[in-house]
Design a protein around this ligand. Structure first.
Ligand SMILES: NC(=O)c1ccc[n+]([C@@H]2O[C@H](COP(=O)([O-])OP(=O)(O)OC[C@H]3O[C@@H](n4cnc5c(N)ncnc54)[C@H](O)[C@@H]3O)[C@@H](O)[C@H]2O)c1
Ligand SMILES: [Zn+2]
Length: 361
């Protein structure tokens, strides 16, 4: 028998959910747990719209549990803390990113890499420790274990800072881990969307030389003049791509759809690394010979651990790095999803949850 939401958890909550793979979002009443002794409860003020939310509502990865309340770039103000919470107090500005739980006992958890814990629990469309389904940040309140709470520095704007909780850490972590953060390193960023545009900003702040690789010239001027990239390559322009062969130490590939890897591998120097962070729904073709000839590496990377996420947010605040955003009301989410699918946003939609999410009852 289906339980009423408040039988499962005592605290009523309200958000927007997709009920099936049409991906259409509509108002949704549900409930959240009581504030546990290690929990932080906060009023959601803003939530970014990640392309992963779009993959998820349409079940493009085949793992969505409906109804799904998406959103994993969530910021707000703390309203309650449990008795054993140590670092967060009522009134603090905080955030939650892509995960809200892990096993706390494996090697990855012991090394602050909760993101690689085999039992990592995603912020939405996953099963929590108590067996209930997790719901994301297109909603009025959030509750999470303190370990998965990020402190938002005072000088970081909450709306333009929200996307850093997923887009930011997803690019910051591989830039650091793969050594693309050394001054003068030649780094390529493929796909100038939500992830890509903050990747340019972080890589520049770390001292890298940044080349944006895009399918058309439409974002060229902005990439060079506004985002601070050093050069711009049009991936469909054979002459440009040929001239740039063997020039990059590393590439971060943020593209959300199936696309050819051969031209990207060609851009790498010997020993160069192509790091995939985009998550297309179907496998990509991997040409082997160009990898062998030059001992090149293709790797992947998934968000970042909580310690590194805090480090990334503090680095962003110090270097004035935020996302370029279009703030929207909650009832615009379906239009926003249609526009995101067409890459018609510069560069991240952020829902003004605090001012526009209105419960129907
Ligand atoms: N690895 C991780 O931890 C992680 C975290 C967040 C998001 N993601 C994934 O990263 C991808 C990007 O997310 P986003 O929020 O930046 O999306 P986005 O839609 O904002 O940006 C994607 C970019 O890819 C470009 N693009 C789309 N199709 C293309 C094609 N066929 N060829 C070349 N370029 C193309 C778009 O123009 C856009 O600039 C998504 O697949 C998302 O699920 C992964
Ligand atoms: Zn995301």
């Amino acid at each position: 028998m289906v339980k009423a939401p408040t039988e499962e958890h005592p605290r009523p909550a309200f958000g927007w959910a997709a009920r099936d793979s049409s991906g259409v979002l509509a108002p949704f009443n549900f409930s959240r747990r009581e504030t546990g002794e290690k929990d932080v409860r906060f009023k959601v003020l803003y939530c970014g719209i990640c392309h992963s939310d779009l993959h998820a509502i349409k079940n493009e990865w085949g793992s969505t549990i409906y109804p799904v309340v998406p959103g994993h770039e969530i910021v707000g103000v703390v309203t309650e803390v449990g008795s054993k919470v140590e670092k967060i107090k009522v009134g603090d500005k905080v955030g939650v990113g892509c995960m809200i739980g892990s096993c706390h006992s494996c090697d990855s958890c012991a090394n602050n890499l909760e993101n690689y814990c085999p039992k990592m629990i995603l912020t939405y469309s996953a099963k929590y420790h108590d067996g209930t389904i997790t719901y994301g940040g297109y909603s009025d309140i959030m509750v999470a274990d303190e370990r998965f709470i990020v402190r938002i520095p005072e000088n970081l704007p909450l709306d333009a800072g929200a996307p850093l909780l997923c887009a930011g850490i997803t690019v910051y972590s591989p830039l650091r881990y793969f050594g693309f953060d050394k001054p003068g390193t030649q780094v390529g960023i493929v796909g100038l969307g939500g992830l890509g545009h903050v990747a340019v900003k972080f890589a520049k702040a770390m001292g890298a030389k940044v080349t944006v690789i895009s399918t058309s010239t439409s974002k060229k001027q902005e990439a060079l003049e506004k985002l601070g990239a050093d050069s711009f390559l049009v991936s469909r322009d054979q002459d440009q791509m040929q001239a740039a062969m063997g020039t990059l130490d590393g590439i971060i590939d943020t593209v959300s759809a199936v696309h050819p890897l051969l031209p990207l591998i060609g851009l790498l120097k010997s020993h160069g690394k192509l790091v995939m962070v985009g998550a297309p729904e179907k496998p990509l073709e991997l040409p082997i010979f160009p990898l062998l000839m030059g001992r090149k590496i293709v790797a992947g990377s998934c968000i970042g651990g909580m310690k590194e996420t805090q480090e990334m947010i503090d680095f962003a605040a110090e270097h004035n790095i935020t996302a370029d955003i279009e703030v929207i009301p909650a009832d615009y989410v379906n239009t926003a999803m249609e526009r995101l699918a067409k890459a018609d946003v510069k560069y991240r939609f952020v829902i003004d949850v605090g001012n526009t999410l209105k419960s129907s009852n």
